[in-house]
Design a protein around this ligand. Structure first.
Ligand SMILES: *Cc1c(COP(=O)(O)O)cnc(C)c1O
Length: 454
């Protein structure tokens, strides 16, 4: 093995070993020294050993320890070691996942990972899937397929004739739609101000009673897992209504769709299988390294048509491994191998336990905050916890001091007009001890101001 790779592996091992005890956000002085890695392009090159050595000696300390167990910001996975190791080996292979003939092993393992994910998520047999960089691109690809299909149903060939003369498409979303869906809507030319917005209940779920009547082609965007509360839209009645009118139903399930893999949580996402397309992340709750998302479409041909590029004599088409026919990219790393490794290692019960464990940790956070007299703002049904420490200014103080103190990292949000600390438990590495240690650090900071107000 070339020594440069052994050296990187040794350094990576040491980094991961130190994670459990290091501070989560980097110290400001460790960020300042990054200047040493920047500046003008070196006139003459630097040795490979020195490049990797500097990267570790200077760069590692300026990382955020989100690969460890006490990072609860945004919705961030930690990268299972088996998945990271597979990623390294696949990196050495440096395969292009565009078409099967470029890499038989990639084509086979990506399809296998997609089949396993379809099974665990309980999506209909026969769905077509493809790996993309993340849930945002999965939303883009799915909604492009939707756009193709609803226009084809009224006899309009979008790929040939373009948007200029296209029949108008109505896009329906919930008031709590995730910004990444709005980005997909922007990119695809639907127009954010032309959306029909459905009211939501106190947990952020679309209200399925009183759905509007829609004329012409339409697409409905639902979500499985609200980014703040973790709540699920009622997809079954929404799909019944949409399908009766000829509409397409999409599910943004970036992290929440994995609830389907845990028997005790599956009912939360009941009915998502009635949709036409799904977007889900690998790099969040499945804990595969960045970047990894999956798009699934019930009618794969709609996705193929939406991603079509016209004939190119040198490119093979229509074989089993021709993933570039189903994704926005052509050349692409073999990111499905990371997911294959995670799924093969965990198995059905391991994925279920990972999901269940994170939900249990979230409930533990919520219980301990309530016991201490603070107000939990959401129904903690999944891995998300929203907590207030008094008035908005006080909550924001507790959040920013917690981030600086370094025991753990939590984000902030606004929920129904109230500032909230936002905790998302998405890491395979988080233990009960990590939760307790984090709660204690947060409560210490919260109590510095005296009595908790509720
Ligand atoms: C994270 C998230 C996204 C965006 O996913 P990326 O992987 O960051 O592109 C979209 N929707 C929801 C609900 C999310 O949680």
């Amino acid at each position: 093995m070339p020594s440069i790779l052994s050296d990187a592996a040794k350094r990576a091992d040491r980094y991961l070993e130190q994670l459990p005890e290091r501070r989560v956000a980097p110290a400001p002085e460790d960020v300042e020294v990054l200047d040493q890695l920047a500046g003008p392009i070196p006139e003459t090159g630097v040795s490979a050993e020195r490049v990797v050595g500097d990267l570790d000696d200077i760069g590692s300390r300026a990382t955020v320890a989100s690969a460890g167990g006490r990072y609860f910001g945004f919705v961030i996975g930690s990268g299972l070691p088996v998945s990271l190791a597979a990623n390294w080996l696949a990196g050495a292979w440096n395969q292009n996942a565009a078409v099967g003939v470029m890499s038989p092993v990639t084509a086979r393992l990506e399809q296998t990972a997609l089949d396993w994910a379809q099974d665990l998520l309980g999506l209909p047999a026969g769905v077509r899937g493809a790996f993309v960089t993340g849930d945002t691109l999965a939303n883009v690809a799915a909604l492009a397929a939707a756009r193709h299909e609803v226009l084809a149903r009224v006899g309009y060939d979008l790929e040939k004739n373009g948007m200029a003369d296209s029949p108008r498409i109505t896009v329906v979303v919930g008031e709590e739609v995730h910004v990444s869906v709005l980005r997909a809507i922007t990119l695809l030319g639907f127009g954010r101000d032309r959306l029909v917005r459905i009211p939501v209940d106190e947990q952020g779920r679309m209200k399925a009673n009183g759905l509007p009547s829609v004329e012409g082609p339409f697409i409905v965007c639902t979500q499985a897992g609200n980014v703040n509360s973790g709540a699920f839209d009622p997809v079954r009645p929404i799909a019944r209504w949409a399908h009766a009118g000829g509409g397409w139903v999409h599910v943004d399930g970036a992290f929440g769709l994995w609830a389907r893999a845990a028997p005790g949580r599956r009912a939360l996402a009941d009915g998502v299988e009635d949709a036409d397309s799904w977007a889900v992340d690998g790099h969040k709750w499945l804990n595969v390294p960045y970047d990894s998302g999956i798009v699934f479409v019930r009618r794969g041909d709609a996705l193929r048509q939406a991603m079509s590029y016209g004939p190119a004599a040198y490119l093979p088409t229509s074989g089993a491994g021709e993933f570039m026919e189903f994704t926005p990219e052509m050349s692409r790393r073999a990111r499905g191998i990371d997911a294959w490794a995670a799924l093969r290692h965990l198995g059905r019960t391991g994925v279920a336990e990972l999901v269940e464990r994170c939900c249990r940790h979230a409930a533990r956070f919520a219980d301990r905050f309530r016991q201490a007299g603070y107000r939990v703002l959401n129904d903690v049904v999944l891995n998300q916890v929203l907590v207030s420490f008094g008035d908005d200014a006080e909550t924001r103080r507790v959040i920013s001091e917690t981030q600086r103190e370094g025991t753990c990292w939590v984000g902030g949000t606004v929920w129904h007009g109230t500032a909230a600390m936002r905790i998302s438990v998405s890491s395979w590495a988080t233990t009960e001890a990590d939760v307790d240690r984090s709660v204690e650090a947060i409560l210490r900071i919260a109590r510095r101001k005296g009595v908790p107000h509720s």
